[in-house]
Design a protein around this ligand. Sequence first.
Ligand SMILES: Cc1ncc(COP(=O)(O)O)c(C=O)c1O
Length: 490
Amino acid sequence: MRIPLDRQSTTPLYRQVEDYLRRGIRSGSLPSETRLPASRTLARDLGLNRLTVETAYAGLEAEGLVYSRQGSGTYVAALPPGLPQTAPAADLPWPRWHQPARPGAHRSNDPAPSDLLLAAGHPDPIDLSGGAGDIRHFPADEFRKVMQGVMRRDDLAALDYGDRRGYTPLRSAIAQVTASQGLALNPEGILVTSGSQQALSLVCQVLLSPGDTVLVEAPTYASALDLFELCGVNTVGIPTDEHGMQVETLEAKIRLHHPRLIYTIPNFSNPTGACLSGARRRQLIALAGQFDIPILEDDFVGDLRYEGRAQPALKALDPGGRVIYVSTFSKMLMPGLRVGFLTADGPVYERLAEAKRVTDLTTSGLVQRALEAYVTIGRYQAFLRRSCQRYRRRRDALVSAIHQHLPSEVCFGPPQGGLFVWLRLPEGVRGDDLLPEACQRGVAFAPGSRFFVDPADGESFIRLNFACQPPEHLQEGVRRLGEVMRNSIR
Ligand SMILES: Cc1ncc(COP(=O)(O)O)c(C=O)c1O
């Protein structure tokens, strides 16, 4: 064990050893039952007298932080109840730079609905607030076998740094997947990223500066708003309806705000589930060309379509270099893989690839190889088909539960795919007010305020995830929600 000691200090060496171990024990870096080094060994390693170490151990033992076991050594004791988990290094306030530099940096501070649900301690909680599919159906066994196969096949090569642009065969496999969805991509223009969140972040790094303005749908993906805020970028919301962004209102906003980027989720939007109509897609591309503004197209669940005809990706309509397309395996497969990708044409691609290199060098090569193998042997496509069938049934179950249990004033449009149903609450009912009571009753949802530039615009909406729970839980969750809503209307 290395303990930093200051031999010039007026603090005696035994106290320095004691203080260091005390901080470790209180902070949890030395958990209970950790065996401390024998005093003789530690004294030798630190160049101290054995008695110095024994004095430090005795001080900790007197406080009840360690205990000695006859003939076995000194062990960290369980923390006495009420002892703080962390101890400040000294009685000093945190340095001033710990505070946000810009006022209004507040977006991410609300507790997550799933944490509120957990804290409420309901014996049978039902969480409809999440942003992904159902973890119980992730193809863990299949993926484990593929992973083992890759380790056997590639051995050390799988554990090296790889190409900053991504594992070449995976980039080809991605091009095959997107081609089957009507988006023909050159693998050379694909950049593998650590989730699509990183792709969004790279675009911000490369294209935006603090003070710039980005146009977003109102509502839009909450963590994109958080990201824009983190980058010091202003966001302006464009109204949406059941056909996505109201592109008709865009030109006036462009002239007013001179945006540097338009961020859109054209398929099964998070949070509304709406799809951008074909006519609006063409109009958006034309406006981006007319005003020379890049479009960031976030296609996070494009493959999860349960019915209806898909519209072409904006990228497929791009005459060249106007759209940066982002997608992910998180929702169609498993979020913990942390594999997403972006594609861009022209010089900006190299700038994004360079930003990727300086951000995290490369996405895990082992996971990329396993994913490539999984996609290539057709497992991904088969899993996707099963997911679509399952999620369609769940969407139907949620829709019928809403009709059965929620007040008739609740408005919503069932989505044709994706993960979410977006509800407008009855007059006077606010999602944020409803949430604590709902959690007490054992159900959580995502309040609408989190998806708007101005949270007040989302007060009367909530988002429900239908993909992450089996039909019987959806029924019961919505029944509980109905009770909470009726109480708040009364
Ligand atoms: C619209 C949208 N885009 C991007 C992401 C980021 O996902 P990931 O980084 O897991 O690919 C999410 C995650 O919820 C999302 O909802």
